[in-house]
Design a binder for this molecule. Sequence first.
Ligand SMILES: Nc1ncnc2c1ncn2[C@@H]1O[C@H](COP(=O)(O)OP(=O)(O)OP(=O)(O)O)[C@@H](O)[C@H]1O
Ligand SMILES: [Mg+2]
Length: 231
Amino acid sequence: MISVKDLHVYYGLIEAVKGIDFKVDEGKIVSLIGSNGAGKTSTLEAVLNSVKRSGEIIFSGYDIVNHKTHSLVQRGLALVPEGRRVFINLTVEDNLRMGAFNNDENYARLRDAMYKLFPRIKEKRNQMAGTLSGGEQQMLAISRALMSEPKLLMLDEPSLGLAPKIVGEVFETIVKLKEEGITILLVEQNAFAALKISDYAYVLENGKIAMEGIASQMIGDDEIRKKYLGG
Ligand SMILES: Nc1ncnc2c1ncn2[C@@H]1O[C@H](COP(=O)(O)OP(=O)(O)OP(=O)(O)O)[C@@H](O)[C@H]1O
Ligand SMILES: [Mg+2]
């Protein structure tokens, strides 16, 4: 689905991502884990061409490195950003409408599908998004991203700041999306929870891939557990 080679991300003189390679096969969940400042968000922004970067990015067989963000969304890439960033002064429904900016003819059908996926969002459809709880905003952010009918959905720390029960719900939703055929690239600091639902994972450290492997094997490896998963 996507293959990235020798990716570098720069903020002025700072090199935040220092030549990483990774890929996400169709139909899989792949996690990018690592601590604060490791370069996870920068990597996702780089895929969407919203930061200064270099490297090779092949998506669905096409070299997309020179494509602008909106055309990448058109091609089937979507990001649920860190901190959710819903439009707090728009209603829930208008947030969904914004997510369908490139897909207007399918708006009503997709909106109804989102309401089915997240009944709580439906209940609040006429409320300002800023009045939703953190968990509800995360569900709205995921729904908004899904309105463009992505092939590859990238999620940046969807569990951040949520109560454990809601974290469980969000992760269950991600698995459901995979079962519906959406390929997932998941960024998480909650490494253990991410690995549990992932097929494959990469550990980022200081802008480099420190290790990678099959997620279930990483969970089962004592040394990796100690070093990256908090014992
Ligand atoms: N706009 C920016 N200007 C300058 N430096 C930046 C900018 N954005 C990120 N960085 C730096 O790039 C590095 C990687 O940041 P990034 O946000 O990608 O990390 P992260 O792994 O997502 O961290 P977190 O888990 O805290 O979200 C950090 O050292 C950060 O300070
Ligand atoms: Mg981040």
